[in-house]
Ligand binder design. Structure first.
Ligand SMILES: Cc1cc2nc3c(=O)[nH]c(=O)nc-3n(C[C@H](O)[C@H](O)[C@H](O)COP(=O)(O)OP(=O)(O)OC[C@H]3O[C@@H](n4cnc5c(N)ncnc54)[C@H](O)[C@@H]3O)c2cc1C
Length: 403
C-alpha cells in the first residue's frame, strides 16, 4: 500500500530538516522527510558551520540574526542541545571598504547583533598572531558562533522525529508525480508516497529534478575546496576566533584545539556563471587540488603569519549549489500546484537554514508567499532583480562580507 503524508520533503539536509521541524511547530500532522543516504550526507555535514550576521543586505542580516538566536535557544526550546562555540567573528578588510563595512555594521545592528570596528591592538588581543598593517580595517562581531555541522544535523533529526516527523533514510526519490497540474506524490526506492505538497530541498541535485517537470531554476554546481590546517607543533599558537580576510580571500575557524578549518571566500571569485567550476555533483575529486592547496597555505600565512610553520592536516572538496547572485531560490512552481523548492544556497545555506525552514513552513501552510521571502522568488532572475547582498560586482581583493 502507498504511504501518505500531508507534506513530503525530499532531502535530509539542514533545509529539509528545519522546514520539517517548523511544519510540526505550525501544527501540520503528517510530515515525511526522504533522504537518499543518511541525514546530513549532502553539503550539510561539510559546512564550516559559521553563523554570523555581519552582511550588508538588511534582510539577510535579519535572517542570520534569527539563525544565531535559533541555535542558541535550540536546547531550551526543544530539549536537545546543538553544541556551538561562541567564538566571535573577526573580519579583516581594506580601508577603502569603510562605507561597505559601516553599512554591514548598521544592518547587523538593526537585526539586533552587535558588530564594531576595532583597532589593531584589540584585534591582536582577540586573536594573537593576526596580520597587522596600516591598510587593514578590523571589524568584530562578538555574538557570532561556529559549530560542528554533523552533531547539529543529528540534533535536528532527533527533534524532528520526536515532534512526529517521519525521517526515512536510504530512500532515493525518483519521479515527482503530478496529475491535473497538481503534485500527487513521489516514486522512491521504498515505494510510492502520496501527498498534496512536496518540497524539493536537495541543493545541487534539485535543479535536475525540477527540470524533469519543465521547471528551470538557475542553480549550478560549483566545486569548492577546504583544508584543515594544524598549528605549528613548535609553539603554543592557537586559533580562537572565526576570521575572514578579504586580502587572503580565506575564512577560518578553530577545529578542536590545534587545528583550523580553512576555506576560500568563494564569493570573492564567483561573480557569475562563468566563474563557476562546473562539476558533476556525484562524481568529483574529493580532495583539494595540490596547486590550490599550496596557494591556500601561502595565503593562510598572510592572514596568520605564525601559520607559516603550520601544515595541512587533511582536505576535502564539495559541490555547492550556486545561483547567479549567490542567494537561494525559495519559491513554488507556477505550473505544478503544491510543489515547493528551496535550493541554490551558494555556500551559505547552513547559517540561514533556521530562517529558511521557518519561512518555507509558513509558505506551505499559508499557501501564500511570506513577505520576507518575496525577494528570493525564481522570477527575480528573469526580471533582472538580483539580490545584491555582498559580492556581486565588487573587485576580488576588496570584498568585505562573504564567506
Ligand atoms: C566546505 C563547505 C563549507 C561551508 N561552510 C558554510 C558555513 O560556514 N556557513 C554556511 O551557512 N554554509 C556553509 N556551507 C554551505 C552549507 O553547507 C550548505 O549551503 C547547506 O548545508 C545546504 O543544506 P541543504 O539542506 O539545502 O542541502 P544538503 O545538505 O546538500 O542536503 C540535500 C540532501 O538531499 C539529498 N538528496 C539529493 N537527491 C535526492 C533524492 N533524489 N532523493 C532523496 N534525497 C536526495 C542529498 O543526499 C542531501 O543529503 C559550506 C559548504 C561547504 C561545502
Amino acid at each position: 500500500m502507498n504511504q501518505t503524508a500531508d507534506v513530503i520533503i525530499v532531502g535530509g539536509g539542514v533545509t529539509g530538516l528545519l522546514t520539517a521541524i517548523h511544519l510540526k511547530v505550525l501544527g501540520v500532522d503528517k510530515v515525511t522527510v526522504l533522504e537518499r543516504y543518511h541525514v546530513g550526507s549532502g553539503q550539510s555535514h561539510r559546512a564550516a558551520g559559521i553563523v554570523r550576521a555581519l552582511v550588508r543586505h538588511p534582510l539577510v542580516a535579519r535572517a542570520l540574526a534569527e539563525s544565531i538566536a535559533f541555535v542558541k535557544d535550540f536546547e531550551q526550546r526543544f530539549d536537545d542541545p546543538i553544541l556551538y562555540h561562541p567564538s566571535g567573528y573577526l573580519l579583516l578588510t581594506d580601508l577603502e571598504q569603510a562605507d561597505a563595512v559601516n553599512d554591514s555594521i548598521s544592518a547587523a545592528a538593526k537585526a539586533g547583533c552587535e558588530a564594531r570596528q576595532i583597532d589593531a591592538v584589540e584585534a591582536q588581543e582577540l586573536q594573537r598572531g593576526l596580520r597587522e598593517d596600516d591598510e587593514t580595517l578590523y571589524v568584530y562581531e562578538p555574538g557570532a558562533i561556529h559549530l560542528d555541522p554533523m552533531p547539529a544535523v543529528q540534533a535536528m533529526a532527533r527533534v524532528a522525529k520526536r515532534l512526529g516527523v517521519k525521517v526515512i533514510e536510504g530512500c532515493e526519490v525518483g519521479d515527482i508525480l503530478t496529475h491535473g497540474g497538481k503534485v500527487t506524490g513521489i516514486e522512491s526506492a521504498q515505494g510510492r508516497f502520496e501527498a498534496p505538497t512536496t518540497l524539493i530541498a536537495t541543493s545541487v541535485w534539485g535543479a535536475a529534478q525540477l527540470a524533469r517537470l519543465g521547471i528551470e531554476v538557475p542553480v549550478y554546481p560549483h566545486r569548492a575546496e577546504m583544508a584543515f590546517f594544524h598549528v605549528p607543533t613548535t609553539d603554543d599558537f592557537r586559533l580562537s576566533r572565526i576570521v575572514s580576510d578579504a586580502r587572503s580571500m580565506l575564512y577560518l575557524r578553530p577545529e578542536g584545539d590545534r587545528q583550523m578549518f580553512v576555506g576560500w571566500r568563494e564569493g570573492d571569485r564567483v561573480h557569475g556563471v562563468d566563474d563557476m567550476d562546473d562539476e558533476e555533483p556525484d562524481h568529483y575529486k574529493q580532495t583539494a587540488d595540490f596547486e590550490r592547496l599550496a596557494a591556500m597555505q601561502r595565503r593562510l600565512a598572510v592572514t596568520l603569519p605564525p601559520m607559516d610553520n603550520g601544515f595541512v592536516h587533511r582536505t576535502y572538496a564539495c559541490v555547492y549549489d550556486y545561483t547567479p547572485d549567490g542567494m537561494p531560490v525559495l519559491d513554488r512552481a507556477d505550473s505544478v500546484d503544491g510543489l515547493y523548492f528551496a535550493l541554490g544556497f551558494s555556500g551559505g545555506g547552513f547559517s540561514i537554514s533556521p530562517w529558511v525552514g521557518r519561512s518555507m513552513a509558513q509558505f506551505i501552510v499559508d499557501r501564500k508567499t511570506p513577505s520576507q521571502i518575496e525577494p528570493f522568488e525564481l522570477k527575480r532572475f528573469a526580471e533582472g532583480k538580483l539580490i545584491r547582498w555582498a559580492n556581486v560586482g565588487k573587485s576580488a581583493s576588496t570584498e568585505v562580507d562573504s564567506d
